[in-house]
Write a protein that binds this ligand. Structure first.
Ligand code: AHG
Ligand code: MN
Ligand code: MN
Length: 347
């Protein structure tokens, strides 16, 4: 008999006040995700959820109708929890909620906005942080904590199934929404990301803008069995990170959104506090790796709620390999045409 999310959270929390607050927050978020899912399912009959609005969000992206609806629904869920501060991709500044709230939440209410009108999986990504005394006097500082301080994190996927992938620091678990049960039930417990990757995910249309190390890494994957890797790789790019991430949890692989030469993309596209940190937390809890190409994501001290970071995550060995391409360009330059013989680049 699979355990329900509610029962799982109850046994995790016990009577510890901070854990009880985290568990309550997760229950509220789960309720909000069901509301967003219902809105998506009913979409088309009512407002056009994929319609672009006039406004841009803090990151400069044009907001879509569903970005705003999801932000409103999750803000309500935060208000109903022990949340002192709500930091969202769709709000310029952190929103102060309960003065005595124990926690802060950073959220990407709708991930994969470009996929809304195409009926491709989209999601919500969240990060739960502690609130210390010093944060109350300087609220902006609460979201400047490194990801290693997260108390819990995860993401919902609005896809063929409504899934919750989450961790509260004891492995990464997957719950699916069961309409007949009226709640979330455990689908997979203690995920473990395969160490070896045979699939990569990157937006290859940006190839010409990448640094040489990233180009070379992808070149070597593309060269397949005839190249230095001596085996073939498959490629996937859904453009909803939640969906690309879940595939990697299920069957291994690597995801890259590097910095590139386009204006405003020196640190890539993804946001550290509410995209990279929660994904990195779940990835590490499942035995995978997450870096900015070189440095562990969870160690980076954000310089703002909307800070960007290059992001590489997935199968641990593969993420480490990207780090070697970045740090050892000399070895990369030397390897041709002997590459097949060099152990550094062998699978
Ligand atoms: P968001 O919809 O919250 O702006 O995030 C979209 C992100 C991520 O989900 C995806 O991997 C990436 O942006 C897609 O970027 P490209 O359109 O550059 O491929
Ligand atoms: Mn996003
Ligand atoms: Mn978003």
């Amino acid at each position: 008999m699979p355990s329900s999310l509610d029962a799982y959270l109850g046994s995790y929390a016990g009577t510890d006040p901070q854990r009880v607050a985290v568990a309550d927050t997760l229950r509220q978020l789960a309720g909000a995700a069901v509301k967003v899912r219902n809105t998506i399912i009913q979409g088309g009959s009512g407002e056009n959820l994929g319609a672009s609005r006039e406004a841009a969000n803090a990151g400069g992206d044009i907001q879509k109708e569903l970005d705003v609806v999801a932000d409103r629904v999750f803000l309500e869920a935060a208000r109903a929890s022990s949340i002192a501060f709500y930091g969202s991709e769709e709000q310029d500044e952190a929103v102060a909620l309960k003065a005595d709230g124990l926690l802060a939440i950073a959220i990407d209410p709708l991930d994969g906005s470009s996929n809304i009108e195409t009926n491709v999986s989209i999601g919500t990504i969240f990060s739960i942080l502690p609130v210390d005394a010093e944060h109350r006097s300087n609220p902006a500082s609460v979201f400047l904590q490194p990801g290693s301080r997260q108390l819990g994190a995860g993401f919902f996927i609005y896809g063929p199934q409504l899934l919750l992938v989450m961790s509260v620091g004891n492995g990464t678990h997957v719950f699916s929404f069961s309409p007949s049960f009226g709640g979330f039930v455990e689908l997979r417990s203690s995920l473990s990301i395969a160490e070896k990757a045979s699939e990569f995910a990157i937006n290859a249309s940006n190839y010409r803008h990448w640094d040489p190390a990233i180009r070379l890494y992808i070149d070597d994957c593309l060269a397949g069995a005839e190249g230095p890797r001596e085996r073939d790789f498959n490629m996937r790019w859904i453009a909803s990170m939640v969906a690309d991430a879940y595939r990697i949890f299920v069957r291994g692989g690597i995801f890259l959104y590097p910095g590139d030469g386009r204006k405003g993309y020196a640190k890539g596209r993804l946001r550290l506090v509410y995209e990279a940190n929660p994904i990195a937390y779940c990835v590490e809890q499942a035995g995978g790796g997450a870096t900015d190409g070189l440095n562990r994501i969870l160690d980076i001290v954000p310089d703002g709620l909307h800070a960007r970071t290059p992001l590489v995550f997935g199968s641990k060995r593969e993420v480490e390999r990207v780090g070697r391409y970045v740090t050892d360009p000399a070895a990369i330059g030397e390897r041709s045409p002997l590459f097949g013989k060099r152990s550094l680049f062998r699978a």
